[in-house]
Design a protein. Structure first.
Length: 150
């Protein structure tokens, strides 16, 4: 990956909607050269997919909760079963298996405290093998980016 590929990736991470013609003007390359670079980056798996980023507040999902979770034990069976179940929960946007005091950190989006309580009681704590949870609520968003520096 050369400097032009990195510049192209930066532009696409900022906004993937411009045409190859618009990108070619910004990069000083031909439309064909930009198209071929994009296709190469897609084939190599550098570019995985293109998405529309939705404003969570506009769809009543502005209440962000980080839920730290411990399993009853760390067996492969418990980890696998929990992971298989948690990916099915629509409110969970991100789930990370982590080291430290907790086993997992979940990023959960809901409309407010009442909806979170309902989610916690009716969905999350009904999953197998959960030992304990600790919830942290977002006060304000300082940085949220999808751009990876290259």
């Amino acid at each position: 990956m050369d400097a032009t590929d990195k510049q192209l990736l930066h532009l696409l991470q900022e906004d993937s909607s411009p045409t190859t013609k618009a990108l070619s003007v910004k990069l000083g390359l031909s439309v064909t050269a930009v198209y071929e670079r994009i296709k190469k980056l897609e084939r190599e798996g550098v570019i995985e997919k293109y998405v529309a980023l939705v404003n969570r507040k506009k769809i009543q999902r502005g209440f962000v909760v980080f839920c730290h979770l411990k399993l009853l034990q760390h067996s492969k069976e418990y980890l696998t079963a929990f992971e298989r179940q948690v990916v099915k929960l629509d409110e969970v946007m991100e789930c990370y298996h982590v080291s430290g005091d907790y086993d997992y950190i979940l990023k959960i989006l809901v409309s407010g405290m009442e909806e979170y309580r309902e989610f916690l009681v009716a969905k999350l704590t009904t999953l197998q093998y959960i030992g304990s949870t600790h919830s942290t609520f977002m006060i304000s968003e300082v940085k949220n980016t999808n751009i990876i520096a290259l």
